[in-house]
Design a protein. Structure first.
Length: 651
């Protein structure tokens, strides 16, 4: 009897364990480090259970597939919803977590011993604090201490993917301290800067370039100053605004831009050299953005924690929920999250709300799989900014010439981000570009060792610093000029500009809008038009601003398919829905063709005027091997070619 009872109890325990395991909910993104899993990081034991930890819990987007369709419509000039951007409240209602789900996440955190530090009005994040023991019990992980495989320091990390019993998270920031942030500037020796000054026509000391010189070279006008626009800078450290004051004093200029230092998570807004803090990145970001747009209504420096763990979700979410929202944002930092899609929910929210994020493409030459510091510059939901070497006609003078800065980041996405629709047609005409993965950069600007920089309350230097750190905030300032003009014309701000600049680059006004950089190499050679060293190039005066704010009235069309992923068999057929939208009076037949002879389409022609939705049957070639295949659908009509991608999993 006792034996039978014991057996029954064991069976019951096993069933309960199986039921509990079946309810375990993994996060939607990865959190384990390869170095931990493959043993490259030597284990140093267990993280003490009383170790204090702060986490940012990121909830999943709701209706994410609908959000992607919404964004396509939002950036389609032919749509009645074109540039009808959402408020934070509307975005939350349509795509943010429900209040019920948000309350459940907060209650879960409390029940697992965490203290709730802050919540967010878009219900995307919850910041909490607790101990390592709380983390282990709540997420079913073991927190270990490890020797970093490439740096002389230790880090902590979980030994497995976190799971929860009742709620599901998109990501959990703060679980490891593996990655430290890297500012995208570089410095050469003072001696080299004196002997070989790369800038000889600047307005700042030693003929180095001020931010105002970049405005003169890339804009050249006086009508637009960024008036009425606000701009946000992403920073992992605070700053000392005395350095900004010193910069303008030494340059013989006056700063008219109000600057707000905003801590998003309790991080210090100060950065004092005597305490070992370096505010070079923060100061140069401010002076380049304000130099390009000298009458911004406000410039906010969003400051989040960088030690012992990074709070990038907290910073990006603060940018996505600010009041007012900054239409132009810039980030000049790189780091390596366990999963490169970690911050995509915030990038998508930016696009839905009419915000554009510029990100520095890096300072180590062309992108390779081995480069540690590329992300987030290769993400398809932001504008990646490469580097050039600029020459001007004189102090405060016009653009004279431009070549590739040899250390400019760019290339094919090391994180294997899929090629976005806005880039498909451009990549087809670019010999070095990938037809499957995201290519970068999108644009570029001066990054050579030509700038004047003041930092750390003690040091001002000329011609020592360079990097795409300068180019990203410079472009953010330029976009503020374009948005100022858009608003003056009664339009909305421009939002995410990649869907706008790629058609411009392929159009007849390209030379009027961009300085096409055709000389030099970062490992990829510059070529006419788009290339993997400088993208489309640097901004060319007011031409690009005028075309960005023209409202998309030239005859044009767009094409998309849904769903983009289908299953099929060799020799068989699949169907998908192809949608074409026209603008600017477009009225032509549209012919469909593939980049491969292995597929064909029926119908192959969309009759004029070309707008509408069609069910397209795709025939798969009999000799196509099993596996995942991506096919480019080229749509040609009215002298234009647009493209989209369909993926077929051949069984």
């Amino acid at each position: 009897m006792i034996r039978r009872l014991s057996t029954a109890l064991l069976t019951l325990v096993a069933l309960v364990s199986i039921a509990s395991a079946s309810q375990a909910r993994p996060a939607l993104t990865r959190h384990t480090r390869d170095a931990v899993l493959n043993g490259q990081a030597r284990s140093l034991g267990h993280l003490p259970g009383n170790q204090s930890m702060e986490l940012t819990l990121v909830l999943p987007l709701r209706n994410e597939s609908s959000l992607h369709f919404f964004l396509k419509d939002l950036y389609n000039p032919a749509s009645p919803n074109y540039r009808h951007f959402l408020s934070v409240e509307n975005f939350t209602t349509m795509f943010g977590p429900t209040q019920k789900d948000y309350n459940a996440a907060i209650n879960w955190a409390k029940q697992n011993g965490f203290q709730v530090l802050s919540t967010a009005r878009n219900r995307m994040i919850v910041r909490v604090s607790g101990t390592a023991s709380n983390v282990e019990q709540a997420f079913h992980v073991n927190m270990g201490l490890y020797q970093h495989p490439t740096e002389n320091r230790t880090f902590f990390a979980p030994d497995r993917e976190p799971t929860t019993d009742t709620v599901q998270f998109h990501s959990i920031a703060g679980l490891d301290s593996y990655s430290t942030p890297h500012p995208n500037f570089v410095r050469r020796s003072a001696t080299d800067a004196i002997i070989n000054p790369n800038a000889t026509t600047g307005s700042c000391p030693s003929k180095s370039f001020c931010g105002s010189d970049m405005r003169a070279a890339y804009y050249g006008g006086t009508a637009l100053t960024g008036a009425g626009q606000t701009l946000g800078l992403f920073e992992f450290l605070g700053t000392d605004l005395d350095d900004v004051t010193t910069y303008y004093t030494n340059a013989g200029q006056t700063n008219n831009v109000p600057i707000t230092l905003l801590s998003v998570d309790g991080a210090s807004t100060a950065c004092l050299a005597r305490q070992g803090c370096d505010d070079t990145e923060q100061t140069l970001d401010i002076t380049q953005a304000a130099g390009m747009a000298p009458n911004l209504a406000n410039l906010t420096v969003y400051i989040g924690k960088s030690s012992p763990t990074l709070d990038d979700p907290g910073i990006f979410n603060a940018m996505a929920t600010a009041s007012p929202l900054d239409a132009q944002l810039s980030c000049s930092w790189s780091w390596t999250p366990p999963d490169p899609t970690t911050d995509d929910p915030f990038f998508l929210e930016f696009a839905a709300q009419g915000q554009n994020l510029f990100d520095a493409a890096g300072d180590s030459g062309h992108w390779t799989k081995s480069l540690t510091f590329v992300w987030p510059a290769d993400d398809a939901n932001l504008v990646s900014v490469g580097g050039t070497d600029l020459t001007t006609t004189g102090a405060g003078g016009a653009w004279a010439s431009e070549t590739v800065w040899v250390d400019s980041g760019g290339g094919i996405s090391p994180n294997n981000f899929a090629i976005p629709d806005y880039q498909v047609t451009t990549a087809a005409g670019c010999a070095s570009c990938s037809q499957s993965f995201r290519n970068g950069p999108d644009v570029a600007a001066n990054s050579n060792f030509t700038f004047y920089v003041c930092a750390d309350q003690t040091t001002c230097t000329a011609n020592e610093f360079g990097g795409t750190s300068f180019a990203a905030p410079m472009w953010a300032g330029y976009l503020a000029l374009a948005n100022e003009q858009a608003v003056s014309l009664g339009q909305s701000t421009l939002g995410f500009i990649n869907p706008l600049i790629y058609p411009i680059g392929l159009g007849s006004n390209y030379a009027n809008d961009f300085h096409d950089v055709t000389q030099g190499s970062n490992g990829f050679s510059a070529t006419p038009g788009y290339d993997l060293a400088t993208g489309w190039g640097s901004p060319n005066g007011s031409g690009l601003i005028d075309d960005l704010t023209a409202g998309g009235q030239s005859p044009s069309f767009t094409v998309s398919v849904a769903p983009q992923k289908r299953r099929g068999t060799a020799g068989g057929t699949v169907t998908t829905t192809l949608t074409t939208a026209i603008s600017g009076g477009f009225n032509s037949d549209i012919t469909l063709s593939a980049n491969s002879g292995n597929v064909s389409f029926n119908p192959s022609t969309i009759s004029a005027p070309g707008a509408g939705t069609s069910t397209v049957t795709i025939t798969v070639g009999a000799n196509v091997p099993p596996g995942k295949h991506r096919y480019i659908i080229n749509a040609t009509g009215g002298g234009l070619t647009q493209a989209t991608v369909v993926a077929i999993d051949v069984e």
